[in-house]
Design a protein around this ligand. Structure first.
Ligand code: COA
Length: 200
């Protein structure tokens, strides 16, 4: 997983030597730009298929903009978008505390297991913490997201607004106690999309 040479925006270049005779892959993690929308959507279709739009998480994202400063892409040396992750403002239950919903996370299928997903996750979590958010939720596989500190331990009283597998609703507290007493259905709280957002 660490056989990559990646650069995180605003941080020093990190070079990791190739291991097991593999060539290091190079990528950078950057803020998503206004012109990345088509490339990001095409990547999500390749990585996740068309059913991605039917997920319950989509109900919390549709018609909303990502949380300020929390949409990232990975780019290869040619500038192509090879990874994407975004975080969304939500509230936990009626008038409950604010939190973030992470997703979708996706990596170009031909570049899987090169560390891009992990680099996107670590950058997203670090930036969310730096911006003062208290907790991140997501619907995903604990065997993958557990490595970044996510678990279902604190989500038993929370629910997605639609069908989902309860054991896949995971959370990470960025501030101790941010999920104390959180209960109810997760609700969208993000800034609404404006028509101008589509003019890139
Ligand atoms: C999940 C995904 C983003 C991971 O990105 P990536 O760049 O391949 O991830 P990394 O290189 O950081 O990590 C790869 C490791 O995670 C493991 N892994 C990937 N998906 C996993 C999953 N769902 N459950 C458990 N482990 C998983 C790989 O087996 C690999 O293990 P290794 O390090 O022991 O070889 C990527 O596989 C992807 O785009 N999948 C399709 C879209 C998707 O399912 N997104 C997540 C929605 S919940």
């Amino acid at each position: 997983m660490d056989n990559a040479d990646f650069i995180v925006e605003g941080a020093a270049r990190r070079v990791i030597s190739p291991s097991r005779g593999e060539m290091a892959r190079a990528f950078v993690i950057l803020a998503e730009g206004a012109g990345d929308m088509l490339a990001r959507e095409a990547l999500l279709d390749r990585a996740m298929g068309p059913k991605r739009r039917k997920k319950s998480s989509e109900k919390l994202r549709r018609g909303r903009r990502p949380s300020e400063g929390l949409a990232f892409v990975a780019r290869d040396p040619s500038g192509a978008v090879v990874g994407t992750v975004r975080l969304w403002d939500v509230t936990l239950g009626e008038n409950g505390p604010a939190a973030l919903l992470l997703g979708p996370l996706a990596v170009e299928p031909g570049l899987k297991s090169g560390g891009i997903g992990s680099a996107l996750m670590r950058h997203a979590v670090a930036e969310a913490a730096r911006l003062g958010h208290g907790a991140i939720l997501l619907v995903g596989d604990a065997p993958y997201y557990g490595r970044f500190g996510f678990s279902a331990d604190r989500t038993g009283s929370l629910a997605m607004p639609g069908p989902y597998e309860r054991h896949r609703l995971l959370a990470l507290e960025l501030k101790d106690g941010a999920l104390d007493g959180a209960k109810g259905t997760i609700k969208a709280a993000g800034r609404k999309v404006k028509a101008l957002d589509f003019v890139a």
